[in-house]
Design a protein around this ligand. Structure first.
Ligand code: SF4
Ligand code: SF4
Length: 284
């Protein structure tokens, strides 16, 4: 089973949930944690894994043979990302805009485009206690997170329970990280901002056909509009983590909820059992 953990916005406590879930599960069943928040991965800060494998991630970008090129403009015409332009006697390539889709080289009538690899990030993997840990890191200044996320997800082993840390928001990297999940846990806080971003995330998951449940973090901080919304939409609220100075202190010291207050492990294990039941109930 693949459980992804997402949030409509950053700073809701998503990493606190992801790490505590994996730590609670490790003594019960094989578990994998994939940190797909590749622009700012931070699960490793809490889990301190031993990362002993590294793999570079590259995308193929075009390289034009000026001798063969007739400046016909076809490549610029087909590029959906404005990553290639033909001006007067030159073809300009903007590598940071290129998605490496290969359309320009495929459609060049003169066979003037070859591809060269451009490194955009790295995938590191290893072990944190009994948790198999994999995360991706997008190089600073790079914008193309999805290829790195796909690289991380190639490590999925369905013989284990897979927990995915999804980037915040509802943009392309989020869709890439969350798709193919059996269930998505949405971490939010009970405030108007939290509600606004939660509704966007719920809509996105609806489009993808992925069932979801909500975890309310810092329960007690705002109002009950998130609860009302979940009730209206028939979305289960699976855990409420209270606004608690002790939890904040632990987090600021880099200690997970499951380790700092071990009683929470039971709650996270029950949460996974509840998710399994909800997934089983889903129509094929
Ligand atoms: S499509 Fe090929 S031949 Fe035409 S401008 Fe682009 S590189 Fe040159
Ligand atoms: S590989 Fe795709 S994205 Fe990159 S320049 Fe060519 S058409 Fe554009």
């Amino acid at each position: 089973m693949i459980i992804s953990v997402a949030s409509g916005k950053g700073g809701t406590g998503k990493t606190l949930v992801v790490t505590s879930l994996a730590l609670s599960l490790q003594n019960r069943e094989p578990v994998q944690l994939l940190d797909c928040d590749v622009e700012e991965p931070n699960a490793h800060i809490l889990l301190k894994p031993l990362l002993n494998r590294q793999q570079k991630v590259s995308i193929p970008i075009p390289q034009v043979d000026e001798e063969k090129c007739t400046r016909c403009g076809k490549c610029a015409e087909v590029c959906a990302y404005n990553a290639i332009a033909v001006i007067a006697d030159k073809v300009l390539i903007f590598p940071e805009l290129c998605h490496g889709c290969g359309a320009c080289s495929y459609l060049c009538p003169e066979d003037a485009i070859s591809e060269v690899n451009r490194e955009i990030g790295v995938i590191e993997s290893g072990q944190s206690k009994d948790i198999e840990f994999i995360h991706g890191k997008l190089d600073v200044g790079e914008a193309m997170a999805p290829p790195v996320i796909r690289g991380v997800k190639k490590h999925i082993n369905l013989d284990k329970l897979v927990v995915i840390d999804v980037p915040p928001g509802t943009s392309c990297p989020v869709v890439e990280a969350v798709k193919d999940s059996d269930f998505c846990l949405l971490v939010t806080e009970p405030t108007p901002f939290g509600l606004n971003d939660l509704t966007l995330a719920v809509d996105m998951l609806g489009e993808l056909g992925i069932p979801c449940g909500v975890i309310i973090n810092r329960d007690g901080v705002g109002d009950n509009k998130v609860e009302e919304y979940c009730h209206q939409k028939d979305i289960p609220v699976l855990i409420r983590i209270p606004l608690d100075i002790e939890i904040a202190r632990l987090y600021s010291r880099g200690v997970t909820l499951a380790e700092g207050i071990p009683q929470w492990q039971e709650a996270f294990l029950s949460l996974v059992d509840e998710v399994s039941k909800l997934v089983e109930r889903e129509p094929e």
